[in-house]
Each structure stands twice: as C-alpha cells, then as structure tokens.
Design a binder for this molecule. Structure first.
Ligand code: G6P
Length: 497
C-alpha cells in the first residue's frame, strides 16, 4: 500500500479488472486472467511507468482475494500489472451493477426497452441509484488516494459515469479521461431517464478533460444528450477543423471545457494471428470439421456473449428463413453459433438464453437429417474454439441491435484462413469502418438478413478473399496499444493548459 500512496502516474478504472478469482472447496484461490483491449493497451505503456488498475471485486473469490491481500493483488496473478481491487459491499455492488448499470444504463444506450411498461423509475430504482452513487464514490476515493500529482486517470464505461466529476472535486490536479465502450443513446431516448439522473450522468462524464467514444455517431449523441440535460449550462461545438468539445457549467463550478475524442478500437492482429495457430486451436478445428460433416459444407459463424443487444434470436430466425426459402442450402450449410453465458443474475438474460437454445433445437428438429445438423450451438466459453471457428468461417454473422464497436467483426477477417464474407449490422460501431466491404443489414429485418446470408454464402472465392483483405486492413488500423496511447497522449497534451 505504501508504494500506492507514493502515487501512480497512470491509472485505469473499470468495473471488471484484468483478473478474477475462484474460491475452491479447499479454500485455495485460483486466478483467471482476462484479455481484451484494455489489457493489451495498458501493457503498451511499458514497465517504466508506475501504472495502477483499479477495479471491483465481482464475486466471493475476488472478495476473498481482497481480504487476503489487502486489495493490492499479487502481480504474479495479474500478468505483472499493479491492480487494486475494491471490496464494495455485495448488496451495494449488486444494486449498482445489476440494477442500474446493466438493467438501465445498458438498456438505454442499446435502446433495448420493448414494452410500454418499461422502464419504471420507482422507489426501488431510487435505492439502486443510491447504490450506484456509493459504488462510483468508492472508485473516486480509491483513485484520489492512489494517484500521483497530475497523474492521468482513464475511467472506463457506463458503470463509472459519475467518477470523473467526483474525482475532479477531490483532485483538481488530475488529468481525467472517460471512455464509453457502448453506443450512446440519442437524446430522445436518453430523455426517458429522470431529469436529475440525466444531469448527474452528463455532469459526471463532463468532469473529465476528455470524454472518449468509439465512433463519431456515439460522440455526437453524447453531446446532444449533455446539451439536453444541462440546457443553457452546456454548449457543444463540432468545429470544421479541430477537435470537438463541450463547454459546461456544472453546479457550483466555473465553466469547464471537455474535449471529445473518437478512438475506434481495432483488433490486435499480432496477438490473434499467433494465438490462432497454436495446437489447441488446430485440435478444435478438427473437432468442428467433424461436427460440420460433409466436405463441401459452408459455415456461418457467430460468436457472442448471450447478450440481448447481440440479436442472436433474430439471427437464428434469419437462418431458419434462409433454409425455408432456399432449399438448395439444405445439407450444404451449418450455422455455428457460440453464445457464451452473460449477466445470468438478470432474469431477462436467463430467459433470452433459454430462447436461443429452444430456437436452435427447433431448427434442428425441423430441418436436420441423419447426417446434417443445421445449427451447432455451443454455450461453454472456449477462446481456442472461437478462434478455430474464426479461421474456418465462410460467413460471419454480426447482427447486433446496437453495439459500441463489435470486435468479432474485426477479428474474424484478421484470422480467416480462406476468406470470410461478413454480414454486418449497420447499428454496430464497426460499420463505420467496415461498412464498405461487408454485406450490411438492418438488424431488425429478418428477410433482409436471410437474403444477405444467401448472398454471402454464394460469394465467389476471389471476391470474398479481396473483401477479407480490405476488412482485415481496416480492422487493424488502430490496434489496442495505439488506441490506449492515443488517449493517454491526448491527456498529456493538456499539461499546463
Ligand atoms: C461490454 C462492456 C464492458 C463489459 C462487457 C462484459 O463490452 O462495455 O464494460 O465488461 O460488456 O459485460 P460484463 O457485465 O460481463 O462485464
């Protein structure tokens, strides 16, 4: 702890950290390291910089690890990273994470509400909102305590939207960035949140020196929401030359200026290509080929968390429609769908997971034959098997209702062995970069998605290979280390400003 007090120069804050712990029946803790853009981004700043990652303890294993370590985790478990895990009381954490972050903010930004009776902002929600404030406060306190003078703090995502403002109050010397990994809701949709909460979210993020987004579309939506929430106390500028910014006057503060950044995270080509050619991936390719059967069968691959916004059910309905309308594909195509469990504390996610399973069974019962299973649905998370599917996919189906970026759309072209046609939703952030060489669909339109699948399956080999090469180039334009360093440099550029 003493070294933390002397202060970290670069701090990252996120709900989910780079490691999680499982508690065995014998009381032993086993660490599981996560991947993703932040992990490779942070490793790019090199060992010379005193960096610290602040995250939440997510379950019993993590809480036990915090108790045993005092919160500063063993670097042997974290890949050498300095990590401070916060033990927020379990009921506060659950209300903040499940109640507000995942059931309200995620739903608003992904525009997932579907019935006239949702959302309902009642007393129960207000209690959850207090928990969300408490949880954000715990992060702001920990960051204020651990940061060196003028340190750079990179706060991640909708879980921690209040942190930049809270941290600014505690430590005006810090340079703070916030990054939204999700889409941002259009103002008309954001308006359904209670007015005070709209204001708190806007003031929270505008407490940062830079508010960063994955695409210009989400950045513009945020600027519109901030203006809507704060009225005359906020003005957004998108100059023709130069970077956009927002000027706001948070309650009891002087006007402040927040730069808006667009940083479109790309695929990590070096890591993916190396990892995708290890023996465990080759083994899984062999197993998948057996499951697919028939030597000239085509494959449509999707890989997602079982997440409402990923639109897995409509993807299966489009595949069923393809089989219904175009019997020429019977016995000649297999849909490999990896749908890994996610947020299973929420009933709506459990129901969705069950619906995905039922639909896959129905399609197999309706069309399957003795030696052809039209859908191969797998739910056990297995990264090596995902990479194996990436390599052999003829068609990738990425059809989210809305998505901040969608890295699967970027990863598949990078590791594809023989070229892969991409069917891509126009509502994914990745569309801004990959739209030209993908077959673009309206994710709600099942008939149009079925048609796009047919076109993708029918695409000739040469065209597919050319498109894949262009997709891979666009997908790797901003690798995670560059993505991270750009944000850091933008903050450092503020020095002395
Ligand atoms: C999205 C969010 C991340 C989150 C991830 C997985 O990508 O932007 O912040 O970590 O989903 O969701 P989970 O709730 O399992 O952390």
């Amino acid at each position: 702890m003493a070294s933390e007090r002397s202060g970290a120069q670069v701090l990252v804050a996120s709900n989910r950290g780079p490691v999680s712990y499982a508690l065995g029946a014998d009381g032993a803790l086993s660490a599981k390291r996560g991947g993703g853009g932040l992990v490779s981004g942070l490793s790019a700043i090199g060992p010379g910089t005193a960096a610290l990652w602040v995250c939440a303890a997510l379950g019993d294993g993590d809480r036990e690890a915090v108790r045993r370590s005092g919160g500063a985790l063993d670097p042997g478990d974290t890949g050498g990273q300095r990590v401070r895990m916060l033990d927020i009381p379990a009921e506060v954490y659950a209300a903040a994470y499940n109640g507000v972050a995942n059931s309200v903010l995620w739903f608003v930004h992904h525009m997932l509400y579907r019935t006239p009776m949702e959302p309902i902002f009642d007393a129960e929600f207000r209690a959850q909102w207090s928990a969300y404030e408490h949880y954000n406060t715990a992060f702001a306190d920990a960051l204020a305590d651990a940061a060196a003078p003028s340190a750079a703090v990179l706060v991640q995502d909708y879980h921690l939207a209040l942190v930049p403002g809270m941290l600014r109050d505690r430590r005006p010397d810090l340079r703070i960035a916030h990054f939204s990994h999700t889409p941002w809701a259009p103002p008309e949709y954001f308006a359904m949140l209670p007015d005070d909460i709209q204001r708190k979210l806007a003031v929270g993020i505008l407490g940062a020196d830079r508010a960063n987004f994955l695409t210009e579309r989400w950045a513009r939506a945020f600027m519109g929401c901030a203006r809507q929430a704060l009225g005359t106390d906020c003005d957004a500028y998108w100059p023709r030359d130069g970077a956009p910014y927002v000027v706001s006057t948070p309650p009891a503060h002087k006007p402040r200026r927040t730069g808006i950044g667009v940083h479109g995270l790309g695929a990590d080509a070096g890591f993916l290509r190396e990892r995708a050619h290890r023996p465990d991936v080759d083994e899984r390719m062999a197993t998948l080929r057996e499951q697919i059967g028939g030597t000239d069968r085509r494959t449509i691959v999707r890989v997602d968390r079982t997440e409402l916004s990923k639109n897995i059910v409509r993807g299966l309905l489009a595949y069923r429609r393809l089989l219904a309308d175009r019997p020429e594909w019977h016995e000649r195509v297999v849909h490999i769908a990896f749908a890994y469990p996610s947020r299973q504390d929420l009933a709506v996610y459990r129901e969705y997971t069950a619906q995905v399973g039922r639909l896959a069974e129905e399609i197999n019962a309706e069309y399957g034959t003795v030696d052809w299973q039209p859908v191969e649905l797998h739910v056990k998370d297995d990264f090596a098997r995902s990479l194996a599917a990436y390599r052999l996919a003829d068609v990738a189906l990425v059809n989210p209702i809305r998505d901040g970026m969608n890295l699967v759309a970027k990863e598949i072209p990078v590791v594809s062995d023989d070229g892969c046609a991409l069917v891509l939703s126009r509502e994914a952030g990745a569309y801004a970069e990959l739209g030209q060489d993908a077959l673009v669909v309206n994710p709600y339109d099942i008939a149009a998605t079925a048609d796009a699948l047919h076109t993708a399956l029918s695409m000739d080999h040469g065209e597919r290979a050319e498109r894949t090469a262009r997709l891979a180039a666009a997908a790797t334009a901003l690798p995670p280390d560059r993505w991270f360093l750009d944000q850091l440099e933008a903050l450092k550029g503020l020095e002395g400003a």
